[in-house]
Design a protein around this ligand. Structure first.
Ligand code: F6P
Length: 356
């Protein structure tokens, strides 16, 4: 068999570990040919298709590297592709044809909810044999307990909280850390607990700034003159809106809520406050062991699905083992933090405030 492999959507740690696992399993386990497609579906638009043959030799030494050797994009939906005159055009036919031009028997797509949904649409349109692998630092795919990249992002955010702790204590400051996660608060919740934050604000629990300040004042009253606040990028106050801005390409993006909260705290409590926006640092760097293990399990299982001709499925992680489910389920199931999640309870049990 000749299988294609592409990484799509925002990069994250562990993508190269997936590429390596897929290649080793496909070539060594089944004698398949693997073609790595460049820059997600963009590679399938090019003629000749932008792809390179992947072999155990060519994936040597990439396991621990961040990013993706294949490149990726989270722009350019094939069904509404940006054109020079600004009017989106449907280029899905060309992309569908790219798969056939490369003579593929199957495609393994590594992506988050948006990418997997687009790939599935293309697969249905073009008769592709598709298997999905979930990756996203946001960990918001409902069919899997963990997605590739999440654990590394949490580690990076936790380390940031540790570092901010030191400066918060030295200066008697309130340090606010804004983390990514798009519409879900998983990174903030995990890193906040792991780093010993005093306040964690997540989109699933709208916050009241007075309650946030009450927590900071209570710490002061008990002799602790500094506080750490971890904020997910898409949080909003009970009476407020999410903080977004429009970038140079006209895209609406999250960002800036950390500063809004830091200033509100400073105004109300008189405390000196500072804000750190962690941003894309959370996506780079070497994957932690858990992401490498997940990448290995996902890569091997995805190739096994191809070998068994079980297509239109996605791999996932449930109860400490790799599983597979219909791809449509993965695309449909968004996973937010449940406000009654045991981990939220854990945080409350430690005295952490959610500002509610
Ligand atoms: O989905 C991953 C993610 O890093 C989100 O947490 C964040 O909101 C977004 O992507 C940032 O996207 P971009 O790479 O386009 O800045």
């Amino acid at each position: 068999m000749r299988i294609g492999l592409l990484t799509s959507g925002g990069d994250c740690a562990g993508l190269n570990a997936v590429i390596r696992a897929v290649t080793l399993r496909a070539v060594l386990g089944y004698g398949f040919e693997v073609w790595g497609i460049r820059e997600a579906t963009h590679g399938l638009l090019k003629r000749p298709v932008a792809a390179e043959r992947l072999t155990p030799d060519s994936v040597k030494g990439i396991l621990h590297l961040g990013g993706t050797i294949l490149g990726t994009t989270n722009r350019g939906n094939p069904f509404a592709y940006p054109s020079l005159d600004g009017v989106p055009v449907d280029r899905s036919d060309e992309i569908v044809a790219g798969y056939h031009e490369l003579g593929l028997d199957a495609l393994i797509g590594v992506g988050g909810d948006g990418s997997l949904a687009i790939l599935r649409r293309l697969a249905q349109k073009g008769g592709w044999n598709l298997v999905g692998i979930p990756k996203t630092i946001d960990n918001d795919l409902g069919h899997t307990e963990r997605s590739v990249g999440f654990s590394t992002a949490v580690d990076i955010a936790t380390e940031a909280v540790d570092r901010l702790h030191v400066t918060a204590a030295s200066h008697n400051r309130v340090m606010v850390l804004e983390v990514m996660g798009r519409d879900a608060g998983h990174i903030a919740l995990h890193a906040g607990i792991a780093g010993g934050a005093d306040v964690i604000l997540i989109p699933e629990i709208p916050y009241d700034i007075e309650k946030v300040c009450a927590k900071i004042e209570a710490r002061r009253a008990s002799g602790r003159n500094f506080s750490l606040v971890v904020v997910a990028e898409s949080v909003r106050a009970v009476d407020g809106e999410v903080q977004t801005y429009t970038d140079a390409h006209g895209q609406s993006r999250y960002g800036g809520i950390g500063r809004v909260i830091a200033e509100a705290i400073a105004r109300r409590t008189g405390a000196e406050s500072r804000v750190t926006v962690l941003g894309h640092v959370q996506r780079g760097g070497s994957p932690v062991a858990l992401d490498r293990v997940l990448a290995a399990a996902f890569g091997v299982h995805a190739v096994d699905l191809v070998a068994q001709r079980r297509f239109d499925r996605v791999v996932g992680w449930q109860n400490r083992r790799v599983v597979d489910l219909p791809l449509a389920e993965a695309c449909a199931a968004f996973k937010a933090v449940d406000p009654h999640d045991p981990l939220v309870w854990t945080a409350r049990g430690l005295g952490i405030s959610f500002g509610d």
